[in-house]
Design a protein around this ligand. Sequence first.
Ligand code: SF4
Length: 300
Amino acid sequence: MDRCFCGREGAVFLHYSSKHLCEQHFIRMFDKRFRKTVRMGKMISKGDRIAVGLSGGKDSTVLLHSLAELKKDLPFEIVAITIDEGIAGYRARTMKPAKSECEKLGIEQHIFSFKELCGKTLDDIMKKDREHIPCSHCGVLRRYALNKAARELELDKLALGHNLDDMAQTVLMNIMRCEPSRLARLNEPLTRNARLVPRIRPLMMTPEKEIAIYAMLKGMPIERVECPYARFAFRGHVRKMLNESEERYPGTKFKVVNSFLEIEDALRGKYGKTAVISECSSCGEPCSKGVCMFCRLQKS
Ligand code: SF4
């Protein structure tokens, strides 16, 4: 039988390090890595007011719980922000657990919707738009809504549930689309615009599968529902490619993200000047060109 180093029966196999861990040591390793990521990235300081982008999916729910645990040792505030994109049969199912987890942890939650933001749900937008894929609208609107909400609530940082898989996908997507200046901004420690709330990703070194296992072992109520628009995304293609590589060459996702972390300073040195963040000439929100993507998509 495959056993943990402590002699107990192994519950989780970490294929990238060829280790079996029992439940207890898996949870300990998970929590330790979470805290190390926060510490190494200097993500949270004493007294910070942290916004958590909470969708109710496994990543953001685990993020909320892990931050609530960390808060017992490092005094800071947590406020959850949930965005309802207006995707029938999908978002409503994850909003319920998001609300109940906030109530359970005593965390204030604010809910905003695309409908309030631009008068339309994502479903309404996609009925008319044949030019863009749903994720283009959704990503732009969600980033815009989260940043605006966090800033208006006077929160210092915005914590996102992006995991190792998301990070590795984003690095490769930026390379495959030849967008080095976007890649240079991916993990920027400090914002260069007062209207842009700095983003932190405390789960960026945690594989997606381990987040799912952790949520299950901790008994978190996770809805296993996939967005009906996910199949249109370029990200889906990159995800499949990375999962296949990981299967054949364990540790690939860590290697992609670690390679990026090794070169990010050099990338910022080269592209930092071209990636200046100014204000949209139409709505005043942060943007890198004259009119922001949100306003351009509203007019398309
Ligand atoms: Fe939005 Fe695309 Fe994610 Fe669906 S898959 S929630 S449309 S970004």
